[in-house]
Design a protein around this ligand. Structure first.
Ligand code: NAD
Ligand code: UGA
Length: 464
């Protein structure tokens, strides 16, 4: 079997950074170099102060501290890293296309193609190329075509090895992965490549959890896993709306159905809607692929997961407006949380963005607090929507670093991310300084209903 001693990973983002840090940490004899064209990002990965790494993940800085400079390197020298490695991971972004054919649905594969062309240009000896990014089924074919037409006699073996980590728990998920999926060709060289990659993971994971499939099953499994997960959230969120009409309690329902071992208890928390860089993009991609094969019923079925999610975000914003006597114009509303979930500084597709936008459309005055998201990011997220001018966004929305002072004379608080610290606040003190009646809209169901009512809040909890 081919022994791997040098790995290169193209893309130092939320997946490339943590995944390669763990591989380096668990495989001291393998040199791992993570490269990126974004110099700022690489500089941040190389920063002395580990509190300013480009992404926040619990446990990440400790692992980086142990391995960086020993067998873990971050660099902008993409070509040298490709040249030296036997195994190259492609972990670049694959966003939804914003132009041309498939606009708004298909995955934009331009970054993937650039990587393939770069590898084809630089490689002088045989390489195993690993798709780590989430890709539409049959992308490996396109990568193979690009790599095979270089005429330099190098053999490339393409593997699909999608990543299943979730942000906020990335390190735990990598260290204790439920499974690792490796898709590859059913040929002797394909098998050798799959085994070589499997051996990397076997440094810390039991072999039974490393699944080998054909390339297409592996590529498609990733989209399907995200679609199933998002479907659970949309399913329970639609039920949360029904609960609010019928005095049923969504948490009691989650518990009741989750006890059925065929359903299981996880991923049944009703919320203000799912966010994150992948659920929406991957489902849209699945929908696009299904439609491109003429499978309209299949496409319609999965598209409904997105439609339900958009509805949930709209519904929450609408609830705030209708409860505040049908007008929020000039009213001060404090938003607790901007990240798409707790324990991450990532805001991609965060429900907070859509909710803030809807409230700003009604001329609310917003004050945003998030423990990990920087002010620039919040404004960039809003400006990107293009709903109003950047000046208007800055006039109507302010970012604060003091969540308690922020509530002074506020009409309402909307809780949009489930950060643990929100449950520990002195809610009596917050109540005392708010305008009365004081409203709290809990889009994450993390506060204690009895306590909130006892203090005197008009407390709305999604799903009851
Ligand atoms: P990201 O945007 O955080 O990072 C991607 C990096 O790739 C960027 O730093 C970018 O500069 C770099 N890049 C782009 N083109 C390049 C090129 N030609 N050469 C060198 N560097 C290049 O993205 P991410 O969140 O890490 O996601 C990467 C992939 O992993 C996506 O396909 C995503 O769907 C998938 N994924 C993401 C997660 C997650 O939690 N974020 C989980 C599983 C899978
Ligand atoms: C998700 C998947 O969980 C990962 O397996 C996958 O690798 C990743 O997408 C990806 O491909 O990018 P992530 O988006 O980081 O991970 O976070 P999740 O924990 O899945 O949460 C996604 C969204 O759903 C968040 O906004 C979260 O608040 C919401 N959610 C999740 C709920 O509203 N209710 C739940 O019960 C669970």
């Amino acid at each position: 079997m081919k022994t791997i001693t040098k790995i290169c990973c193209i893309g130092a983002g939320y997946v490339g950074g943590p995944t390669m840090s763990v591989i380096a940490n668990k495989c001291p004899e393998i040199q791992v170099t993570v490269v990126d064209i974004n110099k700022d990002r690489i500089d941040q990965w190389n920063t002395e102060n580990l509190d300013t790494l480009p992404i926040y993940e619990p446990g990440l800085k400790e692992i980086v501290a142990e391995s960086r400079g020993k067998n873990l390197f971050f660099s902008t020298d993409v070509d040298t890293a490709i040249d030296e490695a036997q195994m190259i991971f492609i972990s670049v972004n694959t966003p939804t296309k914003t132009y041309g054919k498939g606009k708004g649905q298909a995955a934009d594969l331009k970054y993937i193609e650039l990587c393939a062309r770069n590898i084809a240009k630089v490689a002088k000896d045989d390489k195993i190329v690993v798709e780590k990014s989430t890709l539409p089924v049959r992308t490996a074919q396109a990568i193979q075509n690009i790599l095979e037409n270089t005429g330099n006699d190098v053999h490339f073996e393409i593997l699909s090895n999608p990543e299943f980590l979730a942000e906020g728990t990335a390190i735990e998920d990598l260290l204790h992965a439920d499974r690792v999926l490796i898709g590859g060709n059913d040929t002797p060289s394909g098998q050798e490549a799959k085994d070589a990659l499997s051996a990397v993971y076997e440094h810390w994971l039991p072999k039974e959890r490393i699944l080998q499939t054909n390339v297409w099953s592996s590529e498609l499994s990733k989209l399907v896993a995200n679609a199933f997960l998002a479907q659970r959230v949309s399913s329970i969120n639609t039920i949360s709306a029904l609960c609010e009409k019928t005095d049923a309690n969504v948490q009691e329902i989650s518990r009741a159905i989750g006890f059925d071992s065929r359903i299981g208890p996880k991923f049944l928390n009703a919320s203000v809607g799912f966010g994150g860089s992948c659920f929406q993009k991957d489902i849209l991609n699945l929908v696009y692929i299904a439609r491109s094969y003429g499978l309209n019923e299949v496409a319609d079925y999965w598209e409904q997961v997105i439609i339900a999610n958009d509805y949930q975000k709209r519904r929450f914003a609408g609830k705030i407006i209708s409860t505040l006597y049908n007008t929020v114009s000039g009213k001060k509303i404090v938003l607790y949380g901007w990240a798409f979930k707790k324990d991450t500084n990532d805001t991609r597709e965060s429900p907070a963005i859509a909710i803030a936008d809807a409230l700003l459309e009604e001329h609310a005055e917003l004050l945003v607090y998030d423990p990990k998201v920087k002010e620039d990011r919040i404004y960039a997220d809003l400006d990107y929507l293009g709903t109003r001018s950047p000046e208007e966004n800055r006039r109507l929305l302010k970012v604060t670093s003091d969540p308690i002072v922020a509530t002074k004379e506020a009409h309402a608080i909307a809780l949009l991310t489930e950060w643990d610290e929100f449950t520990a606040y002195d809610w009596q003190k917050i109540y005392d300084q708010m305008l009365k009646p004081a409203f709290v809209f809990d889009g994450r169901r993390i506060l204690d209903t009895a306590l909130m009512n006892e203090i005197g809040f008009n407390y709305y909890k999604i799903g009851e």
